[in-house]
Design a protein around this ligand. Sequence first.
Ligand SMILES: Cc1cc2nc3c(=O)[nH]c(=O)nc-3n(C[C@H](O)[C@H](O)[C@H](O)COP(=O)(O)OP(=O)(O)OC[C@H]3O[C@@H](n4cnc5c(N)ncnc54)[C@H](O)[C@@H]3O)c2cc1C
Ligand code: FES
Length: 280
Amino acid sequence: MYKILLKQDLVPGIHLFRVAAPNVAKKARPGQFVVIRIDEKGERIPLTVAGWDETEGSVTIVFMEVGTTTYRLATLGMGDYITDFVGPLGLPTHIEKFGTVVCVAGGIGVALIVPIARALKKEGNKVISILGARSQNLLFWEDELGSVSHQLIVTTDDGSYARKGVVTEPLKELLESGEKVARVIAIGPSIMMKFCAKTTEPFGIKTIVSLNPIMVDGTGMCGCCRVSVGGVTKFTCVDGPDFDGHQVDWDLLFARQRIYLDEEKRSLEQWQHQSAFVSE
Ligand SMILES: Cc1cc2nc3c(=O)[nH]c(=O)nc-3n(C[C@H](O)[C@H](O)[C@H](O)COP(=O)(O)OP(=O)(O)OC[C@H]3O[C@@H](n4cnc5c(N)ncnc54)[C@H](O)[C@@H]3O)c2cc1C
Ligand code: FES
């Protein structure tokens, strides 16, 4: 059982847990994830490690409420326990001295990219970060990302804060400005990662994306997280989650992410109905 040491509500629908998991904290690297199960009847879901503290033996996860498991997870608080917290899984993000690296984060992607940007900066890279959110009230960890970047550009889709627009606009301008960018790392909603890759493609700049297909076991056994990269089938949980964004078959990814939409909707309705019944 894994105790929740701290809970923070970052913005509406997005929460942070610091969880006591010393064995995961000992081995975690930027870009890796854990598979959690709330209780014995719960489903397994993958969540990226947003931070870890080897001395405290804790791992930080940040999650967004999108369906049954993440809504249920959000009902837990400090002092509660999670039954399974397996990891670290997946390949760590490749870190070396590339030169200038642009880290692009959309929405919850900021929590996932901070450890990567920190490691890149520590390795001697110049880190330029672009952080985007739909609106100011959904923006978080601006200071955290700023502190591990040499330059930070912030956008909101609706213009309620900082620059109005989407992350691909400053990304394109940066590439056109003549800044010698060695690599782009984009993490966020799949559609955002696809368009970041489309933006960098004409410039021939290697672009790494962190894919988020549906996963079950997270160990390469079930095939559920199958994606196609450069025409080759890859399992995201063991071959990724980082892949070359120019090689990803995005249409296949989008289609596979939607496979269980009806079941997910029914499951959420059933859970909401049961919780309303229990609270009456
Ligand atoms: C390697 C990896 C790392 C991830 N890291 C994080 C993280 O750090 N924080 C976080 O909030 N989420 C992360 N995700 C996504 C997270 O696993 C899903 O949001 C979660 O499984 C949804 O479960 P649910 O039961 O709440 O919703 P479901 O009922 O399963 O789904 C509800 C909605 O979310 C969509 N969805 C389901 N699974 C995924 C998925 N894997 N990715 C994107 N959308 C999905 C469905 O299409 C549906 O629209 C990660 C996914 C992967 C593969
Ligand atoms: S989640 Fe089962 S093979 Fe990747």
